[in-house]
Every structure is written in structure tokens, then in C-alpha cells.
Write a protein that binds this ligand. Structure first.
Ligand code: ADP
Length: 247
């Protein structure tokens, strides 16, 4: 059956180490990320946000449970097929941009599809750059672009394969406030206009306010699942209440 969920997780646990020194980073987590939605994942340091993102994106394997991207069960894939799935079905946007400095913006955008053996056409690359407002900057190297522009290139790179899901890890952590809002507005826009699915880890309630849904995590579990648009203030209040209850 085709699913309207881009990513589904059933009873997913991730335990690092063994015996008395083991750490349960994800504790029996079940959730789903619907296609065409923008989810923010929040929680204190060590609550399992990065582990969730890495497992859901196929960068790491859970200890138990099942994860599906689109209709594909990640547990059924060997390393080669998992790598191919990541290139074609998953986009990544990192805090540190992670562009290849020796390549132009256009070459960076083309890279995931080239690696997947499906070199995009120049028109496809130009369209992706135009979508993020960088139509005229394709020939520039990352060092010739501002931080915000570099992150826009990273967003174009994440989108060019029209992935099932885009995972963003603190995508505005290295940007000033104005530039952060530009990049978040861009992510919001690709969700609204192209029904892309974005799952973003953030510490910042103002960033989470761009999402349709906010997942709060603690100790490897979801403690709150807030649906519907929210203000930065209401998100900050929910985070503070959760921390008070945990103390
Ligand atoms: P967050 O992203 O919310 O800060 P993480 O997912 O990075 O949380 O970590 C969750 C827990 O798992 C923490 O207790 C952390 O120390 C532990 N952890 C994460 N990665 C590893 C690892 N590679 N080896 C051992 N413990 C880890």
C-alpha cells in the first residue's frame, strides 16, 4: 500500500554500548512524518534528537524496531542499497553547510545526483538554484558566498532529487537572525509549494515556529507532540513547562 507518510518509525530503540555502561538514546519510539509537512524536533542536549535524525535518515541503524522511508524498510537494505537510498530519497541540510569548497555552487547542487549516476541537466541545476534565489550565483565557489547563500546552496542540493524527506540539523545554528529567517522561510516555502517533507532538529523556538508540528523529546522518548502552527513564545513556554516537570 502506498503511504502518505514519508518516514515511519515503529518501536525504534537505539542503545549505545553494552551492560552497565550502555546508553538508551532512543527508547521504543513510534511516530510518523506525513508527506508535505514540516516538523521541528526539540529537547535538551542528550535527549536523542541527533540519534533520531541519524536513524530515520539511514545514517545509523537502530538496535531494534523498524523504520520505513516511503515504502522502503531500511532494515531490509544492505549498506550499498542504503547509501543509494540516502542519495536518492533523502536530503540533508547541516549547520555547517557541508559544501565541497573546490566545487562551484552549481556543481555542489548537482553532486548527489551525479554520485547516484543520474547526472542532472544544466536546466535542472539552474532551476534548483533559482528556487533558492541564487539563479545568478551558480558559478561561485562557497568561499565567494555568504553563510546564508551557502545554506541556500545546501537547500538546493538537498532538494534536487525531490527526496522523500529532507533532514535538517540545526540549519540556522551558524547564521544571524535575519539570514536564519530567510532560510527558514525557504524551507517553509518548499514544504508548501512542493509538498516536500522537512524534519528539522533545532534548539530555537523561533525556528520551530516555522514548523507544522513540534516534537519535544526527553530521554529518548517523545514527551509532547504539538500539532498546528505555533508562535515562538508558545513553543518556548511548552519547552519550559516540560523542563520544569522533568526537574
Ligand atoms: P541530542 O542530539 O538530543 O543531544 P543524542 O542523540 O546526540 O542527543 O544523544 C542521546 C544519548 O546517546 C546521549 O546520552 C549521548 O551521550 C548518547 N550517545 C550519542 N551518540 C553516542 C555514541 N556514538 N556512543 C555512545 N553514546 C552516544
Amino acid at each position: 500500500m502506498p503511504t502518505t507518510d514519508s518516514v515511519q518509525m515503529w518501536s525504534v530503540s537505539k542503545v549505545y554500548g553494552v551492560g552497565a555502561r550502555s546508553v538508551t538514546a532512543l527508547d521504543n519510539m513510534t511516530t510518523a512524518f506525513r508527506a508535505g509537512t514540516f516538523t521541528a524536533v526539540m529537547g535538551p542536549s542528550g535527549s536523542g534528537k541527533s540519534t533520531l535524525l541519524h536513524c530515520a535518515a539511514g545514517l545509523d541503524r537502530p538496535t531494534s524496531g523498524k523504520i520505513q522511508v516511503g515504502d522502503v524498510d531500511l532494515g531490509a537494505l544492505d549498506e550499498t542499497r542504503l547509501t543509494l537510498l540516502r542519495r536518492e530519497q533523502i536530503g540533508f541540510v547541516f549547520q555547517s553547510f557541508n559544501l565541497v569548497s573546490a566545487l562551484s555552487a552549481a556543481q555542489n547542487v548537482a553532486l548527489p545526483l551525479r554520485l547516484a549516476g543520474r547526472g542532472p541537466t544544466a536546466d535542472q541545476v539552474n532551476a534548483a538554484l533559482a528556487e533558492v534565489g541564487l539563479a545568478k550565483r551558480g558559478g561561485h565557489r562557497p568561499s565567494e558566498l555568504s553563510g546564508g547563500e551557502q545554506q541556500r546552496v545546501a537547500v538546493a542540493r538537498a532538494l534536487i532529487s525531490r527526496p522523500a524527506a529532507v533532514f535538517a540539523d540545526e540549519p540556522t545554528g551558524a547564521l544571524d537572525t535575519k539570514t536564519s529567517h530567510d532560510v527558514l522561510g525557504l524551507l517553509r516555502d518548499i514544504v508548501d509549494r512542493h509538498r516536500q517533507t522537512v524534519i528539522m532538529v533545532t534548539h530555537d523556538p523561533a525556528a520551530a515556529a516555522y514548523a507544522d508540528r513540534v516534537l519535544l523529546m526527553a530521554d529518548g522518548r517523545i514527551t509532547d507532540d504539538l500539532h498546528g502552527p505555533r508562535t515562538a513564545e508558545s513553543i518556548a513556554t511548552a519547552v519550559a513547562h516540560r523542563q520544569e516537570r522533568a526537574c
